[in-house]
Ligand binder design. Structure first.
Ligand SMILES: Nc1nc2c(ncn2[C@@H]2O[C@H](COP(=O)(O)OP(=O)(O)O)[C@@H](O)[C@H]2O)c(=O)[nH]1
Ligand SMILES: [Mg+2]
Length: 230
């Protein structure tokens, strides 16, 4: 792919101190557009994202998947059709510069979907909660037993061909989003590759794994999504 059109979608909820840095550290030479979907933040995430050079969208109804879907909706209406979509969190846990490693196998035609695996990379101590590590282990083990799908993580940082993404007909509006993409990509026989990504402590407050409610909701949603697509 020459002149590859690559867009980044960043769901963000109250990430005023992180989102600008995430945008700043995305290598601009290879990226066509950065789209931040502000999911009803009460802080100035939206204007900070805009000032940092991103296209800022608003999705007032909460939900991680819903924010990603809003980003996809925007892409569907965009004049040019993207070739690759990268998903990245707005909390500065991932290393935005690693986008280059994620997109490389797709650009060279060797993969349709590249998952950044924190399990294979180096995690700063405290960057993932014990319940998050356990939850990811459980979910990937169930995927292996029930579907014979081999993943080591449900990490948010990932790149996928736009045409592949469209064939998945993504539905989940909350925390099942990441695993839904993985199960459907495998079922659709997409060429999948996992590569190690590094992970550090987020800037700001965790809304999912750092809270009891977020952990329980995410855990429930992830497990039920596994059974939903059996
Ligand atoms: N769209 C949306 N994004 C959220 C919501 N909660 C958290 N996020 C974003 O999703 C990403 C992951 O959330 P985070 O709080 O870091 O969860 P953790 O990684 O499990 O600690 C971050 O970019 C958040 O801003 C939400 O309700 N809706
Ligand atoms: Mg996080």
């Amino acid at each position: 792919m020459s002149n590859t059109d690559i867009r980044v979608i960043i769901p963000a909820f109250n990430e005023r101190n992180a989102v600008g840095l995430v945008i700043k550290e995305i290598p601009k030479n290879c990226i066509t557009e950065i789209i931040v979907v502000d999911n009803g933040s009460s802080d100035d995430t939206f204007s900070i994202a805009q000032k940092a050079g991103a296209t800022a969208l608003k999705e007032s109804k909460k939900g991680y998947g819903r924010a990603c879907l809003a980003g996809m909706d925007y892409l569907a209406k965009s004049e040019e059709t993207p070739d690759i979509v990268v998903f990245l969190d707005g909390d500065y846990s991932d290393y935005p510069e690693e986008i280059e490693q994620l997109i490389k196998p797709i650009m060279s035609g060797n993969a349709d979907f590249v998952l950044g695996s924190r399990a294979l990379g180096t995690k700063e101590s405290g960057s993932m909660m014990p319940q998050q590590i356990f939850g990811n282990w459980l979910a990937t083990t169930l995927m292996r037993w029930l579907y014979d799908i081999k993943f080591t993580d449900l990490g948010p940082f990932r790149a996928i061909r736009y045409d592949t993404l469209l064939t998945l007909n993504m539905q989940d509006k909350t925390y099942g989003w990441t695993i839904e993409m993985q199960i459907k990509a495998a079922k659709n026989k997409a060429r999948i590759l996992e590569i190690p990504v590094n992970y550090r402590k987020r800037i700001g407050i965790s809304k999912v794994s750092g809270t009891l409610k977020g952990t329980l909701l995410a855990g429930y949603k992830i497990i039920s999504t596994i059974f939903k697509y059996l």
